[in-house]
Design a protein around this ligand. Structure first.
Ligand SMILES: [Zn+2]
Ligand SMILES: [Zn+2]
Length: 120
């Protein structure tokens, strides 16, 4: 039996210097999400569409606004969506992605979690 990980955040830190989102969950697990990956995996409908049209998701950093390269993506603003999700405004102006805590937790990039939920 694999225990169901908590998708309840205890603390959310947007570290613009490190360009990482850091979430500490109620089960005290800590997840660090680089901005580049978050932007690439934006869950909004238009990004989903674009991703499904191309096989190489790595080309899909940019869907609107000025060209962003890995290493340049910033979060200019963010807000909680109810109790269940986060919404980011990216430095390319894109702001329609709703990142649920559940999917963030399921896609925790740390070594312990990689392979447990996220497709590798
Ligand atoms: Zn998007
Ligand atoms: Zn993890």
């Amino acid at each position: 039996m694999i225990p169901i990980p908590s998708s309840d955040p205890a603390e959310v830190i947007v570290d613009r210097q490190e360009r990482s989102l850091i979430i500490t969950w109620r089960d005290s697990h800590r997840s660090v999400y680089p901005f580049d990956g978050l932007r690439r995996d934006c869950p909004c409908a238009s990004c989903n569409d674009s991703r499904s049209q191309r096989l190489n998701a790595r080309d899909l950093l940019v869907l609107s606004g000025p060209v962003l390269k890995p290493g340049e993506v910033q979060i200019t603003n963010y807000r909680p969506v109810g109790w269940y999700a986060l919404n980011f405004t990216w430095s390319d102006g894109h702001d329609t992605g709703i990142y649920t805590y559940e999917s963030l937790r399921a896609n925790c990039p740390c070594q312990d979690c990689a392979g447990a939920g996220a497709a590798q």
